[in-house]
Design a binder for this molecule. Structure first.
Ligand code: SAH
Ligand code: TMP
Ligand code: ZN
Length: 405
């Protein structure tokens, strides 16, 4: 029996994706031996409802010097984080000499706007290459893991933070107890701790099963976040649903009693209860739907191969590691995946060993079908690549179910 990483309650496993590689563990051609694998299985805590992985991958394996995910690759995400920074500056940073700390600042996609505004800030990120890209944008960065000891050090050196912010990073951190104690040590008495991550409600509703991979240790809901916040002396004071990355929620936390929770918190918790999103029966239905989606995708890929159609994939996402490795899709079915990230090009996808090629090669020689692994950026990509469809190309999507565009 696995104990809940948050409350020690018992965790009920509802899906096992089997042996999986590091989702961002791209490999050099010819250097595939000794690849690291772990077992990807996911469960729900019967006590606090937190959805979490059954096994933890050591953080140094995932967030290393050459971690290849660059947040600034998407125009939509750049705009999203510019707006986020402006909002935080306007609502939380109007008086005095505020400090904004970001956990997981990556290439500075959010903090560059804070830096440009001349507001004191610090980005914390253990992945050296992306942190250096942030520094090149004028962002102050500390290359390290945010946890209690580091937060105490920052508090001693720089004083309290008015805002502590994290996007797509809190769900990456199994040791949330240390992070919350760190936030407690660093946050100003009237400050906010604000984070946004993929939302369990959307994952269940849209069967976006590939949101489950090594780095996504947790899948949050308002119910589970409110419970974990309470254990560490914080209130969940606001929630906002966001359309990015296939559906996220931004959670705003404050010290207990410091701010009045908005009506939205109670409303979302109630909705989650009514929709039973963390109940075992719902999650088992989700599991059935996942198997169906992957089987449908497998039959389509095999049929296209038999028909001699040319298939490629678009977006060497971390998410797609779950799809290719669970589905058993290798270069025989998907000969190539195109991606805009220089740090991924020329390498092979983890586990499935599909070559990653630059986007320019996609438009130079369109395939008949493009499997959209970056389905969370569908609006942006389908628009940017409209010539592909104009020339007869078709997109394949597997979320919320298999369909061809
Ligand atoms: N905020 C960006 C990056 C998300 S990727 C965005 O939303 O696009 C997750 C980032 O978290 C990676 O850059 C990784 O290096 C970083 N990270 C992982 N564990 C961390 C920790 N304990 N403290 C700070 N950053 C961490
Ligand atoms: P993400 O879904 O985790 O954000 O990853 C998206 C991946 O897709 C990332 O490797 C960058 C790549 N990408 C493209 O290749 N073209 C694009 O237009 C966009 C938006 C992303
Ligand atoms: Zn629990």
């Amino acid at each position: 029996m696995t104990a809940c990483r948050i409350c020690q309650g018992s965790v009920h496993q509802f899906f096992d994706f089997g042996r999986q590689p590091l989702s961002d563990g791209f490999l050099r051609p010819g250097k595939t031996s000794g690849e690291f694998f772990y077992r990807l299985a996911v469960g729900v805590c019967r006590s606090c409802t937190m959805v979490q992985l059954m096994e933890e991958v050591p953080r140094e394996r995932m967030f290393r010097a050459d971690y290849p995910y660059h947040s600034s690759m998407s125009v939509v995400m750049r705009e999203h984080f510019t707006g986020t920074a402006r909002h935080l500056l306007e609502t939380e940073c109007r008086d005095g000499d505020p400090l904004v700390v970001e956990i997981g600042c990556n290439d500075g996609v959010m903090l560059r706007t804070v830096a440009q505004a001349g507001v004191r800030h610090l980005g914390v990120d253990p992945s050296r290459d992306v942190a250096e890209l942030a520094a090149a944008k004028g962002v102050r960065v500390r290359i390290d893991f945010f946890e209690e000891s580091l937060a105490r050090e920052v508090a001693a050196a720089e004083g309290p933070a008015q805002v502590i912010y994290a996007a797509n990073t809190m769900c990456h951190i199994p040791y949330l107890d240390s992070v919350f104690r760190g936030v407690d040590a660093l946050l100003a008495p009237d400050g906010v701790f604000c984070f946004e991550d993929p939302y369990l409600g959307d994952v269940v509703e849209r069967t976006s099963f590939d949101q489950i991979y090594d780095e996504h240790f947790y899948l949050f809901s308002a119910t589970s976040v409110r419970a974990v916040a309470g254990r560490f002396g914080f209130d969940l004071v606001d929630v906002e649903r966001l359309p990015v990355h296939g559906g996220e929620v931004r959670y705003t936390l404050a010290r207990s009693g410091a701010r009045r929770p908005s009506q939205r918190v109670e409303a979302l918790v109630r909705e989650e209860t009514e929709r039973r999103i963390a109940e075992i029966s719902t999650l088992e239905q989700f599991a059935t739907q996942v198997k169906r989606n992957v089987e449908d995708l497998a039959s389509l890929l095999r049929r296209l191969q038999e028909d001699g159609a040319r298939v490629a994939a678009y977006g060497a996402t971390a998410k797609s590691a779950t799809v290719t490795n669970y589905g058993g899709f290798g270069p025989d079915l998907i000969p190539v995946v195109y991606d805009s990230t220089p740090a991924k090009q020329g390498l092979l996808t983890p586990g499935s060993h599909i070559p990653v090629r630059p986007l320019e090669e996609f438009s130079r020689d369109y395939p008949d079908y493009a499997l959209l692994f970056a389905w969370n950026h569908a609006g942006e990509i389908v628009e940017k690549e409209r010539e592909f469809r104009e020339q007869g190309g078709k997109w394949i999507l597997y979320v919320p179910d298999l369909h061809v565009l």
